[in-house]
Unconditional design. Structure first.
Length: 409
């Protein structure tokens, strides 16, 4: 056992309330000012190596012609009137009405989203218009204006130069869908393209994320509860995990969304041009961070239970567990940091974000959670840490519990 860590554990337990309050004072503002501001971006470029020729070529195309030209967003309008009931008169009227409806759509979008360059009707290009203006109702419309082979739908292309993968682009897409939904009397309107598709996948994923986190924590409670034969131990473990996750993902939001580390001039950890982390990064890192954090927690807790079975009180068992496990957990954490460092220094933005989340989670858990939070909470819960599990009466201990045979300096 390391005598210095045992002494540190004794000091930590004496200051347990101050430590817990201090860490809550850090975690609560992070949760308030970062987690609720969390947003995400999409796109292919963050998943491509920034130094590759293909990425440079794609970037050059986007710079020259705009992201919407490379990954266009379009409207598909399907009228409610069956094809067999359509005639030339109906066709002229319907196309004219659909074209005029675009004015209302543009107005609604500009009201819902703050854009540097206003969205305009001239950004639409379809069969019913020319140069951004609706064609004369007396013009000759025929079936060539229909996009589908069975004349069942018509397509309107959008030339508005906004990045559909950015956070602002996602807001614009949502506002566009909300605006076209108001024109349901003219038919079914669909907003489609690579940007809206990735946005839908990301929104679906994050929409289910709270449920997945709840299920994950529920499984943690069941497994740790069964292993420790306790109700309190798994609840304590979940609270420590939640604190670690809040700090880890909160700081990541400050870094990649707010540009907290831009002063380092290190592009891998700089604020993202899209305005946020790629949507895949937090989803992929979450389960790994939880697994690593839980691993270190179990390692510490199991040693505490062993010491408790030897007759030590909860507080003494926690101090001895810290003395026996602190160096090992720290070494394991450093090894994991070195292993994940390659992700941070790689040229792929998504890997940079995942690596940063993993490293930060490991550092927080190894050097804050297991060193300060767990010993402090166990001291606060002295006597009930493993309730309702019962142990044999505490064995009488020798006056000097640290003999030279079990002390490793």
């Amino acid at each position: 056992m390391s005598q210095c860590w045992f002494a540190a554990g004794n000091t930590i337990q004496k200051m347990r309330w101050l430590i817990v309050l201090l860490l809550l004072a850090i975690g609560i503002p992070v949760a308030i000012f970062s987690m609720r501001e969390f947003t995400h971006s999409a796109g292919l470029v963050p998943m491509m190596p920034s130094t590759s020729e293909a990425t440079h070529s794609l970037g050059a195309l986007q710079d020259a012609f705009g992201v919407q030209s490379v990954f266009p967003t379009s409207l598909l309008i399907v009228p409610h009137t069956p094809p067999k009931e359509r005639n030339s008169t109906w066709l002229k009227t319907w196309l004219g009405d659909a074209c005029n409806a675009l004015d209302a759509i543009v107005t609604d979008v500009n009201q819902d989203v703050s854009l540097d360059v206003p969205f305009q009707k001239s950004d639409f290009l379809g069969a019913m218009m020319m140069a951004g203006l609706c064609m004369d109702s007396q013009a000759s419309y025929d079936k060539t204006f229909w996009s589908a082979d069975n004349n069942s739908a018509t397509k309107v292309s959008i030339q508005f130069q906004i990045d559909p993968f950015s956070s602002t682009g996602s807001e614009w897409t949502k506002a566009l869908r909300k605006a076209v939904a108001k024109q349901h009397s003219l038919g079914d309107w669909y907003v489609y393209g690579q940007g809206p598709t990735q946005m839908d996948v990301a929104d679906k994923t994050f929409g289910r994320l709270p449920l997945m986190v709840a299920l994950m924590m529920g499984i943690v409670v069941l497994i740790i509860g069964a292993a420790s034969q306790s109700v309190v131990a798994p609840l304590r473990a979940v609270l420590c995990l939640i604190w670690m996750l809040v700090i880890t993902f909160g700081i990541a939001i400050f870094v990649f969304q707010d540009g907290m580390l831009n002063f380092l001039d290190f592009s891998q950890l700089g604020g993202r041009e899209s305005g946020a982390m790629h949507w895949m990064s937090p989803c992929m890192a979450l389960s790994v961070v939880v697994g690593l954090g839980l691993d270190y927690d179990i390692f510490f807790s199991e040693r505490m239970i062993e010491e408790r079975e030897h007759g030590y009180s909860d507080t003494d068992a926690a101090k001895r567990a810290l003395g026996f496990t602190a160096n090992i957990i720290s070494a394991a954490g450093v090894i994991m940091v070195l292993a994940f460092a390659s992700l941070v220094i790689s040229s792929t933005p998504v890997l940079n974000e995942i690596g940063f989340l993993l490293i930060l989670g490991v550092l927080v858990d190894c050097f804050l959670t297991t060193k300060f939070i767990i010993p402090s909470v166990m001291a606060i819960l002295d006597g009930v840490n493993l309730w309702p599990r019962r142990f044999h009466d505490e064995q009488s201990r020798q006056e000097d519990v640290f003999s030279s045979s079990d002390i490793i300096v």
